[in-house]
Design a protein around this ligand. Structure first.
Ligand SMILES: Nc1ncnc2c1ncn2[C@@H]1O[C@H](COP(=O)(O)OP(=O)(O)O)[C@@H](O)[C@H]1O
Ligand SMILES: [Mg+2]
Length: 264
């Protein structure tokens, strides 16, 4: 039931990110690297899209272009049907490395963007309280990043992104540096947040299991230059817990994608 209403909602959506026929060539002195070639993807409202592919296939390049931090050599990228000309508050980002401000407390990190927007203090406090609760770190509001574990830092980074209420979440291997148990926990955590808030999400990873667990739709990229090898809707249960990873239907997706990546 939920799965089909999810799809209808996505179809009727007005907000979207679109990359059409993207080619990206890096030019460094005499060396040319074609990082992407004729790559097209569509991200619709409320979707959780994972982009998966081998290391070096151009995933980060693609995400940076969606963020407006880099630009395609050919092709167009639009957000809500407007060409991307640079970064914007409509797109929040979390990367693999810990990007919290080390000199600010957890609370101050969450407040940072809200202060920039000149949001009144009581409203800031309300938002900060809400996201501290969501990430389960209310007791760590006065801690500094160096006092937190890797998993806690990434939870704060995600909360900081959400606090700014961006229309789109862009994440590049945000759990890539975590140990497997923390990583699995944060996957459940992120999927639960998505289920509750339904932010339109683009999540880049080389980890097939992670992609299948999180996504409503997966793009499998070929090895460099990155092209779309397959677009795979993931029709697994809406509420996902770790035991899903032990099911046959999960493994079927896993195998399908592994085969596509190995074929390169
Ligand atoms: N700024 C850059 N200058 C030159 N080459 C780059 C640059 N950024 C990435 N590349 C190259 O483009 C290819 C794709 O890189 P990247 O997007 O980081 O891949 P992925 O994130 O999938 O591992 C790689 O071969 C990489 O070396
Ligand atoms: Mg990368």
């Amino acid at each position: 039931m939920l799965e089909s209403s999810e799809r209808i909602e996505a179809k009727m959506a007005s907000t979207n990110i679109s990359a059409e026929h993207i080619t990206k060539v890096y030019q460094a002195r005499k060396k040319q690297t074609v990082a992407m070639q004729d790559c097209s993807i569509q991200i619709l409202e409320n979707e959780f899209v994972c982009i998966v592919g081998a290391s070096g296939c151009g995933k980060s390049t693609l995400l940076r272009m969606l963020a407006g931090l880099d630009f395609p050599t050919e092709g167009t990228i639009t957000v809500n049907d407007k060409p991307v000309t640079g970064p914007g508050v409509d797109r929040g980002m979390v990367f693999q490395g810990y990007t919290l401000f080390p000199w600010l407390t957890v609370e101050q990190n969450l407040q940072y963007g809200l202060k920039l927007k000149k949001m009144p203090k009581p409203q800031q406090d309300e938002i900060v309280d809400k996201y501290l609760k969501i990430i389960g770190l209310s007791n760590f509001r006065n801690a500094y990043p160096h006092q937190l574990s890797g998993g806690m830092k990434q939870r704060v980074a995600i909360a900081r992104m959400l606090a700014n209420s961006p229309e789109f979440l862009l994440m590049d291997e945000p759990f890539g540096a975590l140990d497997p148990i923390t990583k699995a926990r944060l996957q459940v955590f992120l999927r639960e947040i998505w289920r509750e808030l339904r932010p339109t999400t683009v999540f880049v990873t080389h980890d097939i299991e992670e992609a299948v667990f999180l996504a409503t739709k997966i793009y499998v990229l070929s090895s460099r230059p990155g092209r779309v090898k397959a677009e795979i809707p993931v029709n697994l249960t809406y509420k996902r817990t770790l035991d899903l990873k032990d099911t046959e239907e999960f493994y079927a997706y896993y195998q399908q994608i592994e085969k596509l990546i190995q074929e390169n």
